[in-house]
Design a protein around this ligand. Structure first.
Ligand SMILES: Nc1ncnc2c1ncn2[C@@H]1O[C@H](COP(=O)(O)OP(=O)(O)OP(=O)(O)O)[C@@H](O)[C@H]1O
Ligand SMILES: [Mg+2]
Length: 362
């Protein structure tokens, strides 16, 4: 069964999102800025807080991990990377390495202080918007007031600072902002070529395959993850067809699969109220705002989350529109009633793909 598999891959893992490459392409400038700030720790000073923002797949996580891995070789400071998913309490326990039971929030903060002791510390809070969508302010408030702690917050939301409501946090957490621009096609080609050389046996990629993946990902806001997925899925298809080379046609077919994967991921990333709202849009028979509003509030009760004002709901709908998950259609003025509009699920995405993704991640 396993004998006649085409040997295209040297190492498939190299294309996995979890793989941390030993070399970065095209992020020299960003690496330099981050390492300059963090380097203060080598002089015994606390580096300034940093906020790294850029679109999805622009290399924020990989670049930050790369710099802190280097820094760790030179310092005994406490450096801790966490994905800031969950509540302030949950994130605090990940930083402190304490179990999630039996300690109060303040106890966990004490544990963190104990760990830092009289050293300096760097805490990377990746995807910080997730925590800020909950009660994350609370953790930022305390951490940013510790004299020996530097916070590096990462987010793909340009407006992430607007998620902080507490003015006391804004006065102690004033990060230096570092922008990661989206990659262009040329940069994506470099990233893919480096990875492809480690992933594939020589000669298995037909000419133009990497360029095509890069071009398609460039259209997708320069998302390097999308580019790598495309290449990996194309290879899977080639193997399925028992080809000994990966072709441009394989990439075109891979697009559909990657698209589904992409949609799943972006839905999993939504906040709970956005997920429920999308669900309401998908399942309402009538796509008027009033009906959707009613359907949403019914779901919200079931899931034990707060119902929303009409106004807030309209904002959420606009957000979903920005993500390309719903379409808002103005259908002219109703008599004396101002503009009427309809909200429909995206016409380019299969409803079932969205429904399944929501069910899976709720
Ligand atoms: N400059 C680069 N050199 C090599 N690989 C890269 C580079 N930039 C990104 N990658 C790869 O692309 C993928 C996406 O990068 P990464 O996870 O860092 O994106 P991100 O900006 O953190 O995205 P998100 O906002 O979705 O978390 C990863 O597999 C990463 O290894
Ligand atoms: Mg990331």
């Amino acid at each position: 069964m396993f004998e006649k598999r085409p040997k295209l891959f040297k190492n498939r893992d190299v294309l996995s999102p979890l793989f941390v490459p030993d070399n970065l392409q095209d992020r020299k400038e960003e690496v330099e800025i981050i390492s300059q700030y963090l380097g203060y720790i080598l002089d015994g000073a606390t580096p300034p807080h940093l906020l790294i923002v850029g679109p999805t797949g622009s290399g924020k996580t990989v670049t930050t991990k790369y710099v802190i891995a280097e820094l760790k070789k030179h310092t005994k400071a406490l450096i801790k990377y966490v994905t800031a998913e969950g509540t302030a309490y949950q994130v605090a326990t990940s930083i402190a390495d304490t179990p999630r039971r039996g300690f109060g929030f303040m106890d966990v903060l004490d544990k963190i202080r104990e760990k830092v002791q009289d050293r300096k510390a760097i805490f990377v809070l990746d995807e910080v918007d997730k925590m800020l969508g909950k009660d994350g302010d609370r953790l930022l408030y305390h951490l940013s007031r510790e004299p020996n702690v530097c916070i590096i917050a990462l987010s793909n939301r340009l407006t992430v600072m607007d998620m902080i409501d507490d003015p006391r946090v804004l006065s102690s957490f004033k990060p230096r902002k570092i922008n990661f621009p989206p990659y262009n096609a040329t940069q994506l080609i470099e990233i893919l070529s480096y990875r492809a050389e480690k992933a594939f046996n020589p000669g298995v990629l037909e000419d133009g395959v990497i360029e095509l993946c890069a071009a398609l990902a460039a259209q997708r806001n320069g998302d390097a993850r999308y580019a790598l997925d495309l290449l990996g899925f194309a290879a899977d298809i080639a193997i399925r067809n028992k080809q000994d080379k990966i072709t441009e046609e394989n990439v075109r077919y891979a697009q559909d699969e990657v698209e589904v994967e992409f949609i799943r991921r972006s839905i999993a990333e939504l906040r709970e109220n956005q997920k429920l709202l999308l669900y309401a849009v998908l399942t309402s028979n009538e796509k008027t705002p009033t009906r959707i509003y009613r359907a949403y509030n019914k779901l919200a009760r079931q899931y034990g989350i707060n119902s929303l004002t009409q106004r807030r709901l309209s904002q959420l709908l606009r957000e979903l529109e920005l993500y390309g998950l719903v379409e808002i259609e103005i259908i002219g003025r109703g008599r004396g009633k101002g503009v009427r509009w309809l909200v429909t699920p995206s016409s380019t995405i299969d409803d079932d793909v969205m429904l399944e993704a929501i069910r899976r991640s709720l």
